[in-house]
Design a protein around this ligand. Structure first.
Ligand SMILES: *Cc1c(COP(=O)(O)O)cnc(C)c1O
Length: 357
């Protein structure tokens, strides 16, 4: 494995108020870069001062969106250790995304080493405030200067990091979501199961429409029949119906979330019956109408678990668990955050320690 060169910033930035951190706004002092050339592979892994990267206007990422990314966090425990949550899952998923987008795969060992070394160097940026963390955004872009559709012959791998506050500064509150029956996020055979920028570009219009109507998230339906539930915003979604947990299966258009996977592992461990299957909007609204729908929540790295308090479909509104966080949703939130912030011991091998002080 090639050694990672470190060029430290001459001058460190003044840190923002860590008690009032908006998401994704302040970036740390350094970033990780690595280049790729066809015939040569990945080379020159380096940590350099954070700053703009220079690209040719014809760089293929600008025209054909050949790009993949990841999202993960570093957490500081009360006794000053800094840790990552299941980082190999993010590394492997980025390579699954890369395969779909014809982006060259990243060597797992260099990727992990880059995450660890960058986080260590930026340790003072990992907030100690409750439920705050250092968000980590690895991504690869196609850089070949060429107009014409084919896989790029050159790429840049970048990791940037930013401190983020608690997703719920006022406590975990339920959200109102609206079922989108026009736009779709992804279709089977497309890129739905990957983390690529193009999926997000296609999702913005529906999100804007939902916001304008007073909803904070879109509940996406499948792209073929517009009948089956897929995801909520950029989170996976789970429902508790008559005591059973139902979540859409990983059918190709659903993103295989690491929080989703962790929740399902916990739920099975706790003895719940879990069904990964198609759930039609008719079945869901019938369950919501009859009271069989006991709880609903989204799962993702940013929010961990996000309780759903209201679902709107074709101008009808359905309240879920009395617009309060459900008991099981709360248990999942508490269990995962306790593991992530080191309030309980990790017995599942989910935590990788980066450093301790
Ligand atoms: C990232 C993402 C998720 C959640 O994945 P986690 O690994 O749990 O953060 C869910 N859906 C979409 C579309 C995503 O991009």
């Amino acid at each position: 494995m090639e050694q990672i060169k470190i060029q430290a910033a001459d001058k460190l930035k003044t840190k923002p108020d860590m008690k009032n951190l908006p998401f994704g706004t302040y970036f740390t002092d350094h970033m990780f870069l690595m280049d790729y050339e066809e015939g040569r592979g990945w080379f020159d892994p380096r940590i350099v001062p954070y700053g703009p990267v220079s690209l040719d206007p014809s760089a293929m990422v600008f025209h054909y969106a050949q790009e993949v990314f990841e999202g993960m966090k570093a957490y500081r425990t009360a006794d000053g250790r800094i840790r990552l949550f299941r980082p190999m899952e993010n590394i492997r998923r980025m390579n699954v995304s890369a395969e779909r987008l014809c982006v060259p795969k990243l060597p797992e060992d260099i990727f992990l080493e880059a995450l660890v070394q960058l986080t260590r160097l930026e340790k003072d940026w990992v907030p100690s405030e409750s439920f705050a963390s250092l968000y980590i955004r690895p991504f690869v872009i196609a850089t070949e200067p060429h107009v014409g559709v084919h896989a790029s012959s050159t790429y840049l791998f970048v990791i940037i990091t930013c401190p983020v506050g608690s997703y719920y500064p006022e406590g975990v509150n339920p959200v109102k979501i609206i079922i989108e029956d026009e736009d779709v996020r992804a279709v089977r055979g497309g890129t739905g199961y990957t983390k690529c920028g193009g999926n997000y570009a296609a999702s913005i219009r529906a999100a804007d429409r939902a916001t304008a109507k007073g909803y904070s998230q879109v509940l996406w339906l499948d792209g073929v029949h517009q009948k089956y539930v897929e995801e909520v915003g950029s989170m996976n979604v789970m429902f508790k119906i008559n005591g059973k947990i139902i979540t859409p299966s990983l059918n190709g258009s659903v993103l295989p979330g690491i929080t989703r996977k962790s929740c399902l592992e916990l739920l099975r461990e706790w003895g719940y019956e879990v069904e990964e299957r198609d759930l039609s909007v008719d079945e869901l609204t019938a369950a919501a109408g009859s009271g069989a729908l006991e709880e609903a929540w989204g799962t993702g790295t940013a929010a961990v678990v996000s309780p759903v308090g209201e679902i709107s479909y074709k101008n009808r509104q359905y309240t879920v668990s009395g617009f309060k966080i459900g008991e099981l949703t709360q248990r999942l939130y508490d269990t995962l955050t306790d593991i992530q912030w080191g309030k309980v011991e990790d017995t599942r091998g989910w935590i990788s320690e980066v450093c301790r002080f």
